[in-house]
Design a protein around this ligand. Structure first.
Ligand code: BMX
Ligand code: ZN
Length: 315
């Protein structure tokens, strides 16, 4: 049993950033470190352990006590074993990684590992927009689209720990092939990486031009640049973002018709694109869902980190 007054070391490993924080049982983030996600499995592990070691040293220096480590990561995670089973190309070579075992022997602290969408849902349940809610859907729109399903007050992980992969709900059965093996997944259209890829293709064919910044290679085009162009009135960029919001609304409506949750919570860095993304998302759900459902923005800055910490106290 973990002492409920201990602090937790929390990790959020996404397709773009690797973050570590110290979290208190009152959901305060005391110490945060962030690095770009390294490109290989070995480099991710080395960076992860270096950051955790620094966090552990910081806690010791503060005279605090750590109860354990909670890791939120992209990919399918065998929660019982604390092992990453499989991942898409957003985290290359991130499969069959016995992350709990490796981290416990490195850091000497009990460790829990779960999918980042599940962790974000747990974060919302603990201290965000899911508090007091029995059934909700949580979506985090970042590099990819992470999802979490809470039913009867618990995160639903599924028979083989692959539940809640909301980014891989297809919105176009003849659409492009996704790196998960399915076609036309909503992540290809509505995530940060999806928007960037679509914009890059349009830029290469000359259909999308950027005036706010000189772009020399397609790789410089990010979802943020698309957002900036849209803000300055570029109709193609605006269209891309609005379509992305609509696509996510379509995917979520299918899930509403499967699960009938009390509410939908949406978070993640891509919401910084503003109303061009948000309004079509909400409107699509309002227009298409059989039953009205509130769609709310996550109030949390770091739902994944908070949920990872919650794993330690089994919240
Ligand atoms: C991908 C998939 C999900 C993850 C989601 C959000 C991998 C590596 N990732 O759909 O498991 O929840 O991205 O990830 O398979 P993020 O990179 O945006 O945090
Ligand atoms: Zn997919």
């Amino acid at each position: 049993m973990i002492d409920p007054n201990c602090w937790a070391l929390a990790v959020d490993l996404g397709g773009t950033r690797l973050r570590v924080a110290v979290v208190t049982p009152q959901a305060e983030l005391l110490y945060q470190q962030e690095q770009p996600t390294p490109a290989t499995r070995a480099a991710i592990l080395a960076q992860l352990w270096a950051l955790l070691q620094r966090g552990q040293d910081w806690v010791a220096h503060q005279g605090g006590k750590l109860g354990g480590i909670g890791i939120s990561t992209g990919g399918r995670v065998d929660f019982a074993r604390g092992e990453v089973m499989d991942a898409t190309a957003l985290l290359p070579d991130w499969r069959r990684v016995p992350l709990r075992e490796l981290t416990e022997s490195r850091l000497g602290l009990p460790t829990w590992v779960d999918n980042d969408g599940n962790c974000a849902a747990l974060g919302e349940l603990w201290c965000g927009a899911g508090q007091g809610c029995q059934h909700f859907l949580n979506v985090v729109v970042g590099t990819g689209i992470g999802g979490g399903v809470v039913l009867n007050g618990e995160v639903m992980r599924g028979a083989g720990y692959a539940a809640g992969e909301l980014g891989h709900v297809s919105v176009d059965y003849q659409g492009p092939v996704c790196n998960c093996g399915n076609w036309g997944c909503v992540e290809l259209f509505a995530s940060g990486s999806g928007l960037a890829n679509l914009a890059q293709t349009l830029w290469e064919t000359g259909l999308l031009q950027f005036t706010h910044k000189s772009i020399t290679t397609a790789a410089e085009i990010t979802a943020q640049e698309v957002g900036e162009a849209a803000r300055l009135g570029n109709p193609i960029a605006q269209d891309l973002i609005r379509r992305a919001g609509r696509m996510l609304g379509v995917a979520l409506t299918s899930l509403l018709h499967t699960l009938n949750p009390e509410r939908v919570i949406v978070g993640g860095s891509v919401l910084a694109l503003g109303d061009d993304y948000w309004q079509p998302l909400v409107r699509t759900i309002q227009e298409r869902a059989m039953q009205p459902v509130p769609v709310v923005r996550s109030p949390l800055r770091a739902a994944g980190l908070l949920g990872a910490a919650a794993l330690v106290w089994q919240k």
